[in-house]
Design a binder for this molecule. Structure first.
Ligand code: Z16
Length: 810
């Protein structure tokens, strides 16, 4: 890509404003500037995009398709500028033109096409695929409404629609000519062909057009541009231009509307599927357009028989959401391409690989047989056949496993079990952190592991250090480059060279100054958003993630209440000032999660305005936590709260982002925290609480006694009574559900059980922070070891361990 100078950019922005909008730079708003800039960047991207596609075609390279119901890409203007090598000049040019770069970049609305970790992981993976020159693309849904916008009103979460396409989206290209026809419902007819084989035809189906919108995925300064293809549902007009009858007109409008609903909005539940038919439609819509598109591209670009598809294509499915891709591939190969069952099955099971993201049983997807059968009759037939053959195979070939068949069958108790389908139809099943994969093998999926141990493998998650360090934290990134040179940018593991400097006091002071500046910037932002002044010299203690009981925001706020109680008892208490920062969205139907949000906000409203504790304690709940907000908070974090009930958090990725930005983790031995611990050890993080083994042991024996802790620990009793007696609420019974969930439902996530060790560990945190030199050493050590959690490393593992994919260097 051609390097622009700052002056060249200024001229080009000025020219575009003039010819496209008839504006002078004085008349232009930040939004006008944003669009001019985005158009320039897009212009830079286009030729490289074309070239990448030609290269893939010429080299007949194997491609990976990452199928996901979610791609949480956030804002692209800065990352595209960065990856095109234009960020520095642009910032300079904008300033010289009298604009604030951040204000201009801030004009882009986040594409919030994801709930949380799973969707953001998909976005980080795309960034790494392109940056490492892998032929790898995303396939997802272009929801017209992304994840709801959260407002906090009187402490309560209120959801507003996220109509992110209100302004034109400059990064997408509609490709109408590549639209694909999708069929729902209808009748399936079976014919016997002359050779005795069966043929299937469909009639009276509901037809929907899947129109692709392509978004470029720009690699880091390497001219590689892969594609994120998002599908949009539109009505199908077989006879274009045919005038509609008057009476039909409104009926047709209604029908069109219901079709467009398929890609209308993202379901806002991150861990409790609702079993709604519209969601099933979305899933089939995604996989049918993706699979048909993959087959078409294969036929266009490789002159090979379909039996050789697995040599050129691998499809990674992000959780079970796209697992209907397996029967859909069978359908296309058999009904469309005339392969027999065995040939089609051989191809399909060499193409699909499945990533699991949770072991929470309530999060495992199932669909009622009746719903699946009527919405997707042919797909249901195929699933039924997959199930029959699978069960028979065990019955005859694995006699010792006969008893397990009922818990392994795809169709059981009137439900289609998607994880079972995904495992059976894939050649690879991976978890997302070491402990998570072990739990899958030993507990949740042990039958399948016994059946085919070779399928199971671990791929610990990662995050793109380009967005999460280079782009989000330029102060730290520049300092690192000043110290160890720029090679870490392409080889993030070289961050380890920082270990040579952990005793260099003047240098550590510079790291401290960078963190301090980031904290000041966040403090200014918080003040502007909330009107609350937080002390940049206080410890910034951060918990940012979806709100879920297992993530235990409740444990965090209980600790805050405890500190508040202590300060009320003794206002002279010698403590380092703390600022507790929360960001969390709750699924709209998750009552208890919303209560916890209300509790955090209620505690905040009391603590922040209480003169007794004013300078020592602040609680900030930042509303509408999303990618852009994460980019502001993470560089300023001192403490990264990763306090899930052990065994429950599959991996976590915020833990990696904060580590990379120099925060110290305060966490349980869960998910990827364990692998952070492997690297930095006890001395450089704060581990507490029950282990996964202990938690699972308690579950096997019916839990522990929460009441006993309530009765014996005065601090705990005081907090719970405060909840019950309405000390934190306007009404007396405000937080009774939280209270009863702990005491009557026996604290299913061990909040009280881990309370004491959590508090003790917080005391250690405070003591450690008092020794600023030692704190800085630990902070830099975390940064130094964080390279292993770059998604570049993760993608290399996928590429060699699952995909058998080659990098396309020149
Ligand atoms: C999700 O974000 C995750 C799991 C899941 O079942 C559904 C959604 Cl939307 C998260 C995990 O909770 C988290 O531990 C993990 O780091 C992330 O997926 C990416 O693997």
């Amino acid at each position: 890509m051609q390097p622009y100078t700052a002056d060249g950019l200024k001229d080009e922005i000025t020219r575009r404003l003039r010819v496209d909008e008839g504006l002078s730079t004085h008349e232009a708003s930040p939004k006008d500037i944003y669009y001019a800039l985005a158009a320039i960047v897009h212009g830079e991207i286009m030729p490289a995009w074309k070239k990448t596609q030609q290269k893939h075609k010429e080299k007949k390279a194997k491609q990976v398709y990452y199928l996901s119901m979610e791609f949480l890409i956030g804002s692209l203007i800065k990352s595209n500028l960065l990856n095109c090598g234009m960020l520095g000049q642009t910032t300079e040019a904008l300033k010289e033109m009298g604009f604030y770069p951040e204000e201009v970049f801030g004009q882009e609305q986040d594409a919030a096409l994801g709930n949380g970790g799973l969707g953001r992981l998909a976005a980080c993976f795309l960034d790494s695929l392109s940056s490492l020159d892998y032929p790898g693309h995303g396939s997802g849904i272009r929801y017209r409404y992304g994840l709801f916008e959260q407002r906090i009103i009187h402490g309560n979460q209120v959801e507003l629609p996220d109509y992110w396409l209100k302004d034109p989206y400059p990064w997408e290209n509609r490709k109408e000519e590549e639209a694909i026809l999708i069929h729902f419902r209808g009748d399936v007819h079976m014919f016997k062909k002359n050779d005795g084989s069966l043929e299937f035809k469909y009639e009276n189906t509901d037809k929907v057009m899947a129109v692709p919108y392509d978004i470029p995925v720009v690699g880091y300064q390497n001219s590689t541009v892969n594609t994120l293809r998002l599908w949009s549902a539109e009505p199908y007009f077989p006879l274009e231009g045919d005038a509609t009858q008057d009476e039909d007109f409104y009926h047709d409008l209604e029908h069109q509307h219901s079709i467009e609903q398929i890609t209308g909005f993202l379901y806002p539940d991150d861990s409790s599927p609702e079993g709604k038919e519209l969601r099933l439609k979305q899933q089939y819509f995604l996989v049918s357009s993706s699979v048909q598109n993959i087959i078409r591209q294969f036929k266009d670009n490789y002159q090979l028989p379909l039996s050789r598809l697995p040599e050129k294509v691998v499809i990674q499915i992000n959780d079970t959401h796209p697992s209907l891709g397996i029967p859909e591939m069978m359908r296309v190969l058999m009904d469309g391409e005339n392969l027999g069952w065995d040939a089609a099955w051989k191809v399909t099971t060499k193409v699909f690989a499945y990533t699991n993201h949770t072991t929470l049983s309530e999060a495992l997807e199932t669909w009622p047989v009746g719903m699946m059968e009527s919405l997707l009759p042919r797909i249901y037939m195929i699933i039924h056949e997959i199930n029959e053959r699978f069960c028979q195979d065990i019955w005859f070939n694995r006699e010792e496993m006969r008893d397990q068949i009922p818990r392994m069958a795809v169709i059981a108790d009137g439900q289609v079990h998607m994880a079972r389908l995904a495992i059976i139809g894939s050649f690879s099943v991976n978890g997302v952190a070491r402990i998570h994969t072990e739990i899958l093998k030993k507990q949740e999926m042990r039958d399948f592991y016994v059946l085919s141990p070779g399928k199971f493998n671990n791929k610990t998650n990662g995050i793109t250090h380009r967005r999460w360090l280079l782009q989000a934290n330029p102060r730290l990134a520049d300092l690192i480059t000043e110290v160890i040179g720029p090679n870490w940018i392409r080889r993030p593991k070289q961050l380890i060279s920082l270990m040579k400097y952990t005793r260099d006091r003047p240098l550590l002071e510079k790291f401290s100054a960078a963190k301090q500046a980031n904290k000041q910037a966040l403090a200014a932002f918080i003040h502007q958003r909330t009107g609350i002044a937080v002390d940049p010299n206080s410890i910034f203690d951060v918990q940012i993630k979806r709100l879920h009981e297992y993530k235990r925001q409740l444990l965090n706020i209980f600790h805050v209440i405890h500190l508040y109680n202590e300060l009320k008892d003794n206002p002279q208490l010698d403590m380092i000032p703390r600022t507790f920062i929360f960001g969390a969205k709750a699924a709209p139907s998750y009552h208890l999660a919303k209560e916890i949000i209300k509790l955090i906000n209620t505690v905040a409203s009391i603590v922040n305005y209480d003169k007794d504790v004013k300078d020592k304690l602040k609680v900030i709940f930042l509303e509408n936590y999303n990618v852009s907000l994460a980019e502001k908070i993470i560089p300023a974090a001192d403490i990264s709260e990763q306090i899930s009930t052990a065994s429950k958090e599959a991996s976590g990725t915020g833990n990696m982002k904060m580590m990379m930005n120099g925060a110290l983790t305060l966490g349980t031995m869960d998910g990827a925290n364990i692998e952070i611990h492997d690297l930095v050890g006890d001395e450089n993080m704060f581990i507490f609480g029950l282990t996964a083994e202990q938690v699972m042991d308690y579950y096997r024996h019916g839990g522990y006694s929460a009441t006993e802790i309530y009765n014996t620990d005065d601090r705990v009793k005081r907090i719970l009574d405060q909840l019950k007696l309405g000390e934190f609420g306007s009404q007396e019974i405000e937080f009774k559900d939280i209270y009863y969930n702990i005491l009557s439902h026996n604290d299913p996530y061990f909040v009280l059980k881990d309370f004491e060790p959590y508090m003790e560990t917080h005391e250690i945190v405070e003591r450690t922070y008092r020794d600023s030199f030692s704190w800085l050493q630990k902070s830099v050590t975390n940064i130094a070891y964080s390279g292993k959690f770059s998604s570049d490393h993760t993608i290399q593992q996928y590429a060699t361990g699952i995909w058998n994919l080659k990098q396309l260097k020149e």
